[in-house]
Design a protein around this ligand. Structure first.
Ligand code: ATP
Ligand code: MG
Length: 870
């Protein structure tokens, strides 16, 4: 069965069981502070499990893009070395939110695997939770009894808490689970070793394919469990592993999900897969990583230096390292795999098709720049090797290479080995640990359980229409982090505060209690669909009623920037073309930042046109027209622009100003006239094919022009209030150039005269014509003078000193004849005399200079010079 059919069979099977089929959520999470990437099928549905929102359908099935490269689930280091863990993989899942439970979940899993896919039941094993004393939980007898009706009891194995109790994180929904494993070894191997003993033992052909999780508890901060009000089903089946079983191969990489990519790598690198273990690992790493990176970019996450972007950059760099070292690829080539990947997966994941060009450009540019880094790293490494006087290179040095230049340790080790050297690995890991501890300490955070004050289903957001309202606190909790210290998070029954999202910052403001006491709200964020207000302390009477007031000034300025962002988007599409797509935006109260796809720098004319376009719409005083809660399809049909990589619900909000029409949850001005004015302050590149504009509106423009105005008047004042300041500056520049020339000529003249005078000052010491004195010349003047005098004598010793801008200079000239006959060395002499002026220097035996920071030492240096001739 082809992989495409395997996927659709799964979805159709559950469709027939009344499941609603939904598309994969974007893999990169934007508004979840606890998670960077979706790492399991359940992550996009967290809010339903937590009871913060109600799903439209109680039964859902999907295939979800998952990435396991950070945090609790991190398989990165396995990838390439084994044949069944990936960074990015698809998780097929069926979900019940408070609907069916263990009975159906188990029966359907069996029906699908055995009856529909036709897997021989004699290669299957299942596991059941054995119970846990620690948590005071009994064995999952219910699951055991259900399984027993399908599979012989000797194939039902007991699993411990680690394997058979699934937890979302430190806290939150959790429950026992049953895994389904396959044993795809040969008959011989099976008769030699019983498959039962290999389950959950990391055997590459006895692997878990499906995990059925029975969510029925909530893990609290103190570690205790409480039953969930509703029970849920959460299942996850690894798509690539399922393909391996159904296609009768022994490795995920031998399925048609990977073979087209692997064939392409073989062709480009001219290295066959399956002959050399190092090459094979490299090929697996690359074919896996190109998927992870391509999907992330398609979801809007570009490689970068921080956060999720950094994780993506490191995945790509890992692939480049392997191709550099084991496939001898010294030029970019991974980007060339995007084409096959898109052909293979573009139908199931259309974002790959629509973003193909961008994905290729970004990967290529990253490859180029990292290959340059590798080159530089090699040079640096050679230097480290040269400077080291031991056969073992210090771990600290290797760590420095790794940390500052991204030069990977395994590559370093390999190169050193080729040179017959070793590296101190222990030292390296020690440095690594030190760094990790530092960053862990900085990001450590502890979160207490919520204290519930009031039962409340949904917290209503009323901030589109009101900036002030009376609220009650429904729950709160304390969070402690290194970064912010102790903070409280409050949830209200309703709120006018906008939570950070869609690029717009969260509102600030304050709560006032009935006595007029105030607690400041420092930020507002959303977590699992709940709006959380951050405060430094708790109000006195938590159960009271408060007036919640949004900081109006900040909100108004932010709104002004948000609406301007929409107009800018429209302007760019109008002025540059329809290829312009939003790639990111940040809407603050002081400025706005907008990233978009476009391939060249904007010309001054284009920037002007964009500004004019926006300002014309501000002048036009366009009224805000918004629709709340309209069906997504309808909005798209009407022509609203949706942003890629954004997760939209079934119903959406649209925001329209004239012809600018977008899906948007942010807050806006009521009329574009409120923006007052729009000004671009910078334009530049952020990545291949992605530009960034920063702009300001409203009061910020006033400040901007006022600052410029002030600077201009200051300049004018300095120019004696010249009528035409530009001309006045040009005149000054010309005058300056003319004066420079004159000074040069004068200096030359002076040197000539000086030469005449100095000849008379030469004295003879032991047959050497000697002179040591201070002169009023710069370094090049002294050099000219020394060489000119040197041409006239062959027994000359000159030591000149000069003082310039608080610094001292020494310069020693010795005729070449003397250098040989008397063994004198100007370089050694200035180095010694340089000590008097607190400096150092060097040069050649016949001419050398030294600079220092102590001009007071010049006299001593000059006096000491005679000593070299006696
Ligand atoms: P394993 O022990 O094999 O790492 P897991 O216990 O981490 O698996 P779950 O978290 O239960 O797996 O995920 C559900 C299913 O997703 C697994 O049964 C497996 O088929 C698949 N899966 C998990 N991790 C990976 C991965 N890194 N690459 C590919 N498939 C995976
Ligand atoms: Mg795992």
């Amino acid at each position: 069965m082809k992989s495409q059919d395997i996927r659709s069979t799964f979805l159709n099977f559950f469709k027939d069981k009344q499941h609603s089929i939904v598309p994969s959520a974007p893999m990169v999470l934007k508004d979840d502070p606890t998670l960077m990437f979706v790492n399991s099928g359940m992550a996009p549905f967290k809010e339903y499990f937590l009871g913060n929102a109600q799903p439209k359908h109680k039964r859902i099935a999907d295939t979800q893009k998952c990435l396991r490269v950070s945090g609790k689930h991190n398989d990165l280091e396995e990838v390439g070395y084994d044949t069944y863990h990936h960074t990015l993989f698809e998780m097929l899942g069926n979900w019940s939110f408070g609907d069916y439970f263990k009975k159906e979940a188990i029966a359907w899993a069996w029906e699908l695997l055995v009856d529909v896919y036709g897997i021989d039941k004699d290669i299957l094993y299942v596991t059941v939770f054995e119970g846990s004393d620690e948590d005071n939980l009994p064995m999952d007898q219910e699951a055991y009894d259900l399984w027993k009706t399908f599979i012989s009891e000797d194939r039902i194995l007991m699993g411990n808490k680690k394997d058979n109790f699934w937890e979302m994180g430190e806290q939150g929904p959790c429950g026992p689970c049953s895994e389904i494993h396959v044993d795809i070894r040969s008959a011989e191997e099976k008769s030699a070793v019983d498959g039962k003993t290999l389950v959950n033992m990391d055997h590459p052909q006895v692997v878990e394919i499906w995990n059925l999780v029975f969510m029925q508890y909530n893990r609290k901060a103190n570690g205790s469990l409480e039953p969930l009000p509703q029970k849920h089903i959460d299942t996850g089946m690894g798509f690539e592993r399922l393909c391996m079983v159904l296609q009768g191969v022994q490795s995920n990489y031998d399925t048609d999900v990977f073979t087209p990519i692997i064939r392409e790598i073989e062709t480009i690198a001219e290295k066959p897969y399956g002959e050399d273990e190092d090459v094979d690992i490299a090929i697996r790493v690359i074919s896996d990583h190109v998927r992870a990176v391509a999907f992330s970019i398609a979801d809007g996450q570009l490689p970068s230096n921080t956060g999720a972007g950094y994780v993506i950059r490191r995945i790509l760099r890992r692939a480049i390292r392997y191709s550099f070292t084991f496939l001898d690829q010294k030029d970019p080539f991974i980007y060339r795999l995007v084409d096959v990947l898109t052909k293979k997966m573009g139908d199931a994941f259309p974002e790959l098709k629509s973003q193909k060009q961008l994905i290729e450009n970004v990967i290529k540019e990253e490859e180029q720049s990292f290959l340059r880094t590798l080159d530089q790293g090699l040079v640096l490494l050679n230097k480290v090797v040269e400077e080291s006087n031991s056969k073992i290179i210090s771990g600290e040095k290797v760590f420095e290479l790794y940390d500052t230049f991204g030069f990977p340790i395994d590559l370093t080790a390999l190169i050193l080995r080729e040179k017959g050297l070793e590296l101190n690995e222990e030292g390296f890991h020690l440095e690594m640990k030190k760094q990790k501890d530092r960053s862990r300490a900085a990001s450590e955070m502890s979160t207490e359980d919520w204290t519930i004050l009031l039962e409340d289903d949904v917290q209503e957001f009323i901030g589109y229409d009101f900036l002030e309202t009376n609220v009650k606190i429904t729950r709160y909790r304390k969070v402690v982090s290194k970064k912010d210290g102790e903070m409280y998070q409050l949830v209200f029954n309703l709120t006018p505060f906008y939570a950070e999202g869609g690029g717009q910052v969260g509102d600030k403001g304050y709560l006032t209690d009935s006595n007029g006491d105030i607690v400041y709200i420092l930020d507002t964020k959303k977590e699992n669909n709940v709006v959380i207000h951050f405060t430094k302390n708790l109000p006195k009477d938590l159960k009271g009623t408060f007036k919640a007031s949004v900081d109006q000034k900040q909100r108004r300025r932010t709104e002004s920037n948000h609406t301007a962002t929409h107009l800018l988007h429209q302007a760019l599409r109008e002025v540059l073309g329809e290829h312009v797509e939003q790639r990111g935006s940040a809407v603050h109260s002081k400025y706005l930042r907008f990233d978009f796809s476009h391939f060249s720098k904007l010309t001054p004319e284009e920037l002007n046109d964009v500004e004019d376009f926006v300002n014309a719409r501000i002048d036009g005083k366009l009224q805000l027209q918004e629709q709340r809660n309209i069906p997504m399809e309808l909005a798209i049909e009407e022509g609203a622009i949706a942003l890629f990589g954004e997760k939209y619900g079934d119903t959406v909000r649209t925001v329209r100003f004239g012809k600018s029409f977008e899906l948007c949850g942010g807050t806006h001005v009521k009329n574009t006239g409120d923006i007052w004015y729009f000004k671009i302050v910078s334009e530049g590149a952020v990545a291949a094919g992605i530009r960034r504009i920063e702009a300001i509106t409203n009061d910020a423009v006033k400040d901007y022009y006022q600052d410029h105005d002030r600077a201009f008047y200051e300049i004018k004042g300095l120019l004696n209030n010249a009528q035409e300041p530009v001309k006045a500056i040009q005149n000054l520049q010309n005058e300056n150039a003319e004066l420079k020339k004159q000074i040069e000529n004068l200096l030359k003249e002076k040197a000539k005269n000086l030469k005449g005078d100095l000849k008379n000052e030469l004295t003879e010491i032991n047959g050497v014509l000697y002179l040591a004195r201070k002169v009023d010349l710069d370094a090049s003047g002294i050099k000219d003078l020394s060489f000119e005098m040197g041409q006239q004598y062959d027994n000359l010793f000159l030591l000149f000193a000069a003082e310039n801008e608080g610094k001292a200079l020494l310069s020693c000239y010795i005729s070449k004849e003397l250098v040989e006959s008397r063994g004198l060395n100007a370089g050694a002499i200035v180095r010694e005399l340089g000590k008097h002026i607190q400096g150092g220097g060097g040069g050649q035996p016949f001419f050398a200079t030294a600079g220092g920071k102590n001009p007071d030492g010049i006299e001593k240096a000059l006096e000491a010079a005679e000593g070299y001739l006696k």
